[in-house]
Design a protein around this ligand. Sequence first.
Ligand code: PEP
Ligand code: MN
Length: 358
Amino acid sequence: MELKNIKNSWINQFPKPLIIAGPCSAESEEQMLKTAELIAENTDKVQIFRAGIWKPRTKPNGFEGVGVIGLDWLKLVKEKFGFLTATEVANAHHVEAALKAEVDILWIGARSTVNPFTVQEIAESLNGTDKIVLVKNPVNPDLALWIGALERFLAQGIEKLGVIHRGFSTYQKSQYRNNPHWQLALDFKQQFPNIPMLIDPSHICGNRISLATVSQTAFNLDYDGMMIETHCNPDKAWSDAQQQITPQKLAELIAHLKIRNTTVLGFDEEMERHRTLISDLDFQLIELLSQRMKISEKIGQLKHDNNIMIFQPERWKLIQEYVLGKATETGMTPQFVEKIFKAIHEESIAIQNLMMKD
Ligand code: PEP
Ligand code: MN
């Protein structure tokens, strides 16, 4: 069996869009039940309740999850409110405990997807079950690694597969906690239209402000659903506090989403797809230009401190030769590229001039 051939009818048992919501981490029985109660009270669109039981944290000595006791709380949430449940598993022990506690859906975190040994261990421990497994994109923008992880599950007979787009980490600071790189996710969708894709706006944004925009973008691109973090008291959350919202706010966000029903992309959808990609590239252009100008400023400082001329004709000649060569290579006219780089160079000189003035 190949990934391209699996039939993902599991998603059809759910209304579209499939919405998974719940706190980043299970913290206490009270927090879990309260969050579930508030979700149930405010919206009927959430089908699955999520909570992290074991938390992969960037730094040691932080809260690393409540452990197996949290699985009992997930069970309570299911009994009291009827949600299916989902949690992250990162090794064979987690799988064993989650299976024993009858968690319905398991997901593989971004930090696990990057590691083939980890994925292999999890996949083997799931052999013989018919769990729904959702694989988050790896932290780095590597499409093959993401696909490879899915292949490891398929090789163990796990066919109810889906993916979660949670963005990709970058060294540069940006408006996102994890850059969405929409193109990469769309490439995945194009190769595997049969594998449901969910958006995780929480980990892409890292804040509350752009959750709605990122979610809407995904639905414009025909995603099948989303996984989003919500907490009864977000400001006091033990992990990812900045990006969690109350169930009331979540209900509002969901109510405002425009969900398109077509699976065939029509004109509007196609336009929307292109525009999203353009916006994504514009965002990257601006980020890069801003970084370039910051470096210019440093150069300006160095020239100032050493009393060196700002304009270095040989350097500018080299840059021009390089970009004009690149223009032809990449199918753009030299005139266009020259215009842009003249503008960049001019701005650079203006910035360095300012530095010269102490
Ligand atoms: C999470 O869902 O809480 C989580 C840890 O996500 P990710 O693996 O995307 O960082
Ligand atoms: Mn989280």
